[in-house]
Design a protein around this ligand. Structure first.
Ligand SMILES: [Zn+2]
Length: 204
C-alpha cells in the first residue's frame, strides 16, 4: 500500500503524464536485463509475438532467477556509483551504455546443456574471454559454447541498446538436477560475480 499525498485529480493526472516513462530511452554506464522478466503480461502490451516465458524446474522459474541475479548485480554496481539501467524482457525505447548484459538460464533435455554466452560481432574478444575465464573458474559444470544457437547470436535485446559490449549470459542449465542444486543457493554470489566482472571491464 502506497499512501499518496492528497493531490486533486487533475493535478495527479498531470503529474503522471509528466513523469518519465520507466521504459524511455536512457543513457547510463551499464544495462542489466533480466531475461523473460515481466512476461507474459508485457508481451501483449509490447506486441511481442514470440512470447518466450523461459524455462524452469522444481517450481522455480527462469524469470525469477534472472531477476534475482540482476537485482544483486544492479545493487552492487549502484553502490559503487555506476548508473545502471535495469531492464525487464520487454520495454520501449533504446538505451545507450558502455556495456549491456542479458541474463538467462538454459533449459534442455536434462543435462544436455550448461553455461554459455551469446554476443554480436561488435563485442570484443577480450570482453568475452574475461567473462568466460571468470565464470569457468567458479561454475563447476559444462561451458557449452559461444553463440551456439541462433537465439543467442541474434538476441532481440541486442538491438534495443547501443553499447560497444553486449553479451547474453546463460549461467547454467536449470533442467539439469545437479546444476540446479548447485546454482539455487548461489544466485546472490552469481550476481556479485557479474558485478565484479562489469566493474573490471567498465572502470569508473
Ligand atoms: Zn532464457
Amino acid at each position: 500500500m502506497i499512501r499518496l499525498p492528497s493531490f486533486s485529480a487533475p493535478l495527479l493526472a498531470l503529474l503522471v503524464l509528466a513523469a518519465p516513462s520507466a521504459a524511455a530511452a536512457e543513457a547510463g554506464d551499464i544495462l542489466v536485463q533480466a531475461g523473460h522478466e515481466g512476461r507474459p503480461a508485457s508481451c501483449a502490451v509490447h506486441h511481442v509475438k514470440a512470447c518466450n516465458l523461459g524455462t524452469g524446474a522444481n517450481g522455480a522459474r527462469e524469470r525469477e532467477w534472472t531477476a534475482q541475479v540482476a537485482d544483486v548485480t544492479t545493487r552492487v554496481l549502484r553502490d559503487r556509483g555506476y548508473a545502471v539501467l535495469r531492464r525487464p524482457a520487454d520495454y520501449d525505447g533504446s538505451d545507450t551504455v558502455r556495456a549491456a548484459v542479458f541474463l538467462h538460464f538454459d533449459g534442455a533435455a536434462p543435462c544436455a546443456s550448461g553455461a554459455s554466452v551469446g554476443f554480436p560481432a561488435t563485442t570484443s574478444r577480450a570482453f568475452v574471454d574475461a567473462w568466460e575465464g571468470r565464470y569457468r573458474a567458479w561454475f563447476p559444470y559444462r561451458f557449452v559454447g559461444e553463440n551456439f544457437t541462433k537465439n543467442e547470436h541474434g538476441y532481440y535485446g541486442f538491438r534495443k541498446v547501443d553499447a560497444p559490449q553486449k553479451m547474453l549470459i546463460e549461467f547454467g542449465e536449470m533442467t539439469c538436477p545437479a546444476q540446479f542444486a548447485w546454482m539455487a543457493p548461489r544466485l546472490h554470489e552469481m550476481g556479485a560475480l557479474l558485478a565484479a566482472f562489469l566493474m573490471e571491464q567498465v572502470p569508473r
